[in-house]
Design a protein around this ligand. Structure first.
Ligand SMILES: C[S@@+](CC[C@H](N)C(=O)[O-])C[C@H]1O[C@@H](n2cnc3c(N)ncnc32)[C@H](O)[C@@H]1O
Length: 337
């Protein structure tokens, strides 16, 4: 959708302190002082970088080695479609309160989850943050987007959120235990966190996916690259202990299968497989270009060859493959008196 690529007004989260601070000021700022600072930050967030035909974020340039252009936004919306089908239309699984007041979607991407959540819970203010201000201009009145870096100390007022949601941010978090502690800090007692992450792994239950196929080589390379930049892609197997160590309780981890391709006989599974095939063939290029060329130091030629091979293998009908998908949710305990 064209609106996404327009430069839209957005709010930059103040990383120097909590959102609702009440410091006494000696004097008042003149409008020009504020305007000159906010304008320069705003310009810097939309001063996108271009490389090998793809567009990348500019706020905290280099943090996220995946494009933010229209191609990638379409891919993010395909992921949303896949997850919605898998979770039977549910936006989340955590048993949150019926009338939440504040919801935070961390690394919101196109903001599609946050907007649907705003429609579903008109009682709530839903805030989505991201390094890229790529969310649409016309959003439900209770939805707000902010440019922010979730690897920095969180700016939200401690103890004020009913629900923190994070989806598909593996490869972007530099310290998961710290990330879970920050979520714990901003949640109200009794509030919930949900982390939904697919694995960077392809499996088949009937041995049709050879372990030495180009897809597995591609995924191994990708995982190695993200490890090298200190942003692991392996979340599912560890999320439970990270949440527990941060103080969360009532932890539930559910693992689903996301088929890729049209191989399943069951109609729903085949629908998921079809959307996921489109998703993955689009994802390959965006996820690989910078990791391969900048981190793994492969030539652009070799990178493009690997991308083509992986895209071709995703289309193989004889590979009955799927991706494990983890949904973890947990509660911040109520205060004891
Ligand atoms: C794969 S997308 C997922 C988007 C969305 N959560 C969804 O499920 O549709 C990952 C998003 O995380 C954002 N991101 C990466 N690193 C970030 C950071 N340090 N702080 C905030 N957002 C970040 C990216 O810009 C991108 O939009």
């Amino acid at each position: 959708m064209i609106l996404r690529d327009e430069i839209v007004p957005f709010h930059i989260a103040a990383s120097s302190g909590p959102e609702d601070y009440d410091e006494d000021y000696d004097g008042i700022y003149e409008f020009d002082d504020i305007a000159s600072v906010t304008t320069s930050i705003s310009n810097s967030a939309t001063n996108y970088k271009f490389e090998n035909g793809r567009r990348y974020h500019s706020y905290k340039e280099g943090q996220w080695p995946v494009p933010n252009d229209e191609k990638q936004q379409n891919q993010m919306d395909l992921v949303h479609q896949v997850y919605s089908l898998r979770l039977e239309g549910k936006l989340y699984l955590a048993p949150i309160t019926e009338c939440p007041q504040k919801i935070l979607d961390v690394g919101t991407g196109t903001g599609i989850w946050a907007m649907e959540m705003g429609d579903l819970h008109p009682s709530a203010i839903v805030i989505g943050n991201d390094l890229s201000p790529i969310q649409p201009r016309w959003v439900p009145p209770n939805v707000k987007f902010e440019v922010d870096d979730f690897n920095e100390p969180w700016v939200q007022t401690p103890g004020t959120y009913d629900f923190v949601h994070a989806r598909e941010i593996h490869g972007a978090v530099s310290d998961w235990p710290k990330f879970c502690r920050e979520a714990y800090r901003v949640l109200k007692p009794g509030g919930w966190i949900e982390v939904a992450e697919s694995a960077a792994k392809l499996l088949s239950d009937d041995g049709t996916l050879p372990s030495n196929c180009a897809l597995n080589t591609w995924l191994d390379n990708l995982a190695e690259g993200f490890e090298k930049i200190g942003q692991t892609v392996e979340v599912g197997p560890h999320i439970s202990s990270w949440l527990r160590d941060a103080g969360f309780r009532d932890i539930v981890v559910k693992v689903f299968k996301l088929p890729v391709g049209l191989w399943p006989k069951d109609r729903t599974e085949r629908d998921i497989g079809a959307f996921n095939l489109l998703n993955m063939t689009e994802y390959v290029e965006g996820a690989s270009l910078q990791i391969y060329t900048k981190v793994l130091k492969k030539s652009l030629e070799e990178t493009k060859k690997n991308i083509k091979e992986a895209q071709a293998e995703f289309k193989r009908k004889d590979y009955h493959m799927y991706i494990p998908f983890y949904v973890a949710y947990a509660r911040k305990p109520e205060e004891r008196f």
